[in-house]
Write a protein that binds this ligand. Structure first.
Ligand code: UDP
Length: 374
């Protein structure tokens, strides 16, 4: 088992709890929870060390599963974007449109206005076409173009429509960042949630250890889960898949809250893309607060796959190898880095549950055929 992020923790927990397997979880980093890792900053303020994780899902059964390991508090995911010196609600909604175009609008008149702005594109093939076809050029240039260039070091034209398509456009006054049915945060944080998941007498955790260091020392009896970068597993034999990374700068302030909301985006100014005051959503009471500034970078810890056709084609070559490896060696590939997909946390957990179901089924078949051979 490799990786103590969400995918690794879920499969480990299920394998121990449901199948009674002994599980070894190995992670290169010195902590659990992967990029969901949260911890106390030296000020005592709880921070998300690798960027904000706004937990949301439409899936009630997922909440039921996770509720075994955590209580919840409401998520209050509000984002504003600083454009031309003014803060705008983001994603774009009726308030944003009114403020941007200096008009009074309702859903109908906003729709009419956007009709005059949109640039028709029946089947957008990239993020630029997608946004232009939703809101037209002025809003695209104000809110999306430069943010996207900073975040990815690519033009929106070079990215799949789904990248900017993650952000809804609303003709109502709903100012939440996302629209999911459940928008909640683990009450004591993500690290506490995933630690609780691994607190099982059959699970051992080895941190600060690259799995390659112990690979020759451990012989998995039943299956291996790999959640690292897929190209690294195969020694980059077809070339490197690009991943985008971030630098975080944390800043303490001796006030209860510094920003009006959890996240402020800076599409057109500064090298950083956003400032995050996660205290708005962790529910922590503390006299101080911490802001984190995110500056995108190439290299470093891989955080995001870079979704476009060329990278997908390269990934497909690795995926074919991975499928062969699964069949031959029972090594399963799951998670953002191993599947090269821009998953959210809830999606990764669902993928991990599916992966576990597959492992369970395939191991049962193998056992059955071993028994019948006896
Ligand atoms: N995006 C943008 N302007 C913004 C926020 C996001 O153009 O103010 C685009 C950008 O390309 C970004 C993508 O939408 O990478 C997805 O944004 P999201 O906030 O979901 O990114 P994440 O939180 O996963 O980094």
């Amino acid at each position: 088992m490799c990786g103590a992020g969400p995918a690794g923790c879920v499969v480990a927990e299920r394998a121990a709890q449901v199948l009674g397997w002994k599980v070894l979880v190995v992670d290169r980093r010195p902590h659990l929870a992967g990029n969901c890792y949260d911890s106390k900053h030296r000020s005592g303020v709880l921070i998300h060390n690798y960027g904000p994780h706004y937990f949301r899902t439409n899936d009630a059964s997922l909440i039921r599963y996770l509720s075994r390991f955590t209580d919840w508090i409401p998520g209050n995911y509000i984002v504003k974007s600083l454009v031309g010196g003014q803060f705008y609600p983001f994603p774009i909604n009726l308030h944003t449109l009114e403020q941007f175009f200096d008009l009074s609008l309702n859903a109908e008149s906003a729709e009419q206005l956007l009709r005059t702005k949109r640039i028709a594109c029946p089947a957008p093939r990239n993020s630029e076409d997608f946004v232009l076809s939703k809101v037209g050029r002025e809003l695209y240039e104000a809110f999306y173009l430069n943010y996207t260039r900073k975040q990815w070091a690519l033009h929106p034209r070079e990215l799949d429509p789904g990248v900017c398509g993650r952000i809804p456009v609303r003709l109502n006054r709903d100012d939440r960042y996302v629209e999911h049915r459940f928008q909640i945060m683990p009450k004591r944080g993500f690290t506490a949630l995933f630690s609780r998941m691994l607190r099982h007498r059959k699970v051992r955790v080895l941190l600060d250890c690259d799995f390659r260091e112990i690979q020759s020392l451990v012989t998995p009896r039943r299956a291996t889960l790999y959640t690292g970068a897929i190209d690294a597993y195969f020694d980059h034999r077809f070339g490197r898949l690009p991943y985008r990374s971030l630098d975080f700068q944390f800043e303490r302030h001796d006030v209860e809250f510094k920003q009006p909301c959890v996240q402020i985006n800076f599409p057109n100014d500064f090298a950083f893309t956003r400032s995050v005051e996660i205290k708005h959503v962790t529910g922590q009471k503390h006299p101080a607060t911490v802001l984190s500034y995110e500056t995108p970078r190439a290299g470093g810890e891989p955080f995001y796959p870079v979704p476009n056709a060329a990278n997908q084609a390269l990934y497909e070559r690795y995926r074919a190898l991975a499928e062969e490896t699964t069949r031959r060696d029972r090594v399963y590939f799951c998670g953002r880095l191993a599947q090269y997909r821009y998953f959210n946390t809830d999606e990764v957990i669902l993928e991990a549950l599916q992966c576990f179901a597959k492992i369970k089924k395939e191991c049962a078949v193998l056992r059955q055929s071993a028994l019948s051979r006896r």
